[in-house]
Design a protein around this ligand. Structure first.
Ligand code: FO1
Length: 315
């Protein structure tokens, strides 16, 4: 295990990102890891403010995530959903009974005027995780997916209700122009020794973070310390819609395509051994390793290998 004094910032959203963040949390002291979380898949349901990507990372770090789905809480029950169904509601978004407490508290505190950043810190403390999980912005930001079949869909409508079946024409982020990067995120990026783009969906999880004014520029100013971990293994995404939607958007699901997508931001790229043929030839240092994270040991090993290798890429 590498015990390092590096300050690491991980940009993460969704289950793949949470897995690597878990590995990093096991090899870095708590004050040397900050996670910048996507909030553009946040949405309102029955008056509740739900932050799926923040919660996925939070539950994973706290060791309480549902291992089967990656989102939600392990061992949760569904009585509230059953009751909603009895009232004739279409309970398409599965909120577990215990998970509900997170959304209730978050919504209550937001209504009191407390920022999402402070709320996330309180929830993390409550779950006993000492790490800094920083929403990229405290302002409203929403992913909108323009589809051939249904027109513009709010992200969770596309992802959960329509099970990412519709053909994607365009993805954009409502509120991005007005959203302000938080001071905590600006400070974390400014003082980082290493910035890692986690193996999250580039379009749905990382792009909304980069879309917040100032974030891309803050990362560009830190060239020499920025790496991405490819979310692709064997030419397709490990989980979720990336393999389907990226080609629909004309994007290549190869390490080379990823490098083009993150053009101007990366100094290094970590790719799976199975994608060796697709190895980009220029533009970034490349680490070939096993990136598939099935067990906790896989997550910790990958975090360890990345931290060790990252010492050699500094430009
Ligand atoms: N994903 C699903 O595919 N179906 C669900 O019913 C669902 C419920 C859910 C509840 C709370 C939560 O925090 C996440 C939930 N997710 C669900 C996951 C989530 O919507 C997506 O994985 C992310 O937004 C994409 O990163």
């Amino acid at each position: 295990m590498v015990l390092t004094s590096k300050k690491v910032v991980a940009l993460a959203g969704g289950v793949g990102g949470a897995k690597l963040v878990y590995g990093l949390s096991k090899v870095l002291p708590f004050d040397q890891l900050a996670i910048v979380g996507n909030v553009a898949d946040d949405f309102g349901l029955y008056g509740l403010h739900i932050s799926p990507d923040l919660d996925t990372v939070m539950y994973t770090l706290a060791g309480v995530a549902n291992p089967a789905t990656g989102w939600g809480l392990a061992g949760d029950s569904w009585q509230m959903l059953d009751m909603l169904s009895r009232y004739g509601e279409d309970a398409w978004f599965r909120l577990g009974d215990r998970d509900l407490a997170t959304h209730l508290l978050r919504s209550h505190w937001l209504a009191e005027g407390i920022t999402l950043t402070e709320i996330t810190a309180r929830l993390m403390r409550g779950l006993g995780s000492p790490f800094r999980l920083l929403p990229v912005t405290d302002d409203p930001l929403s992913t909108i997916v323009d589809t051939v079949e249904h027109g513009a869909l709010d992200f969770q409508e596309y992802f959960v209700r329509h099970r990412w079946l519709p053909t994607v024409k365009k993805v954009w982020f409502r509120g991005a122009e007005q959203a302000r990067m938080t001071g905590a995120v600006a400070e974390a990026l400014r003082t980082a020794d290493l910035i890692i783009f986690c193996p999250s969906n580039p379009v749905l999880s990382i792009q909304p973070v980069l879309a917040v004014p100032g974030v891309r520029e803050a990362i560009e100013r830190r060239r020499g310390i920025c790496i991405a971990v490819s979310p692709f293994v064997g030419g397709k995404a490990v989980k979720g819609p990336a393999s389907k939607m990226m080609p629909e958007l004309g994007l290549e699901i190869t390490p080379r395509g990823l490098l083009q997508y993150y053009a101007g931001l990366l100094d290094g790229l970590v790719i799976d051994e199975s994608d060796q043929q697709e190895r980009p030839v220029e533009g970034a240092a490349v680490l070939l390793t096993k990136t598939l994270m099935q067990t906790d040991e896989d997550k910790i090993r990958l975090a360890d290998v990345i931290l060790e290798w990252s010492g050699s890429i500094r430009g």
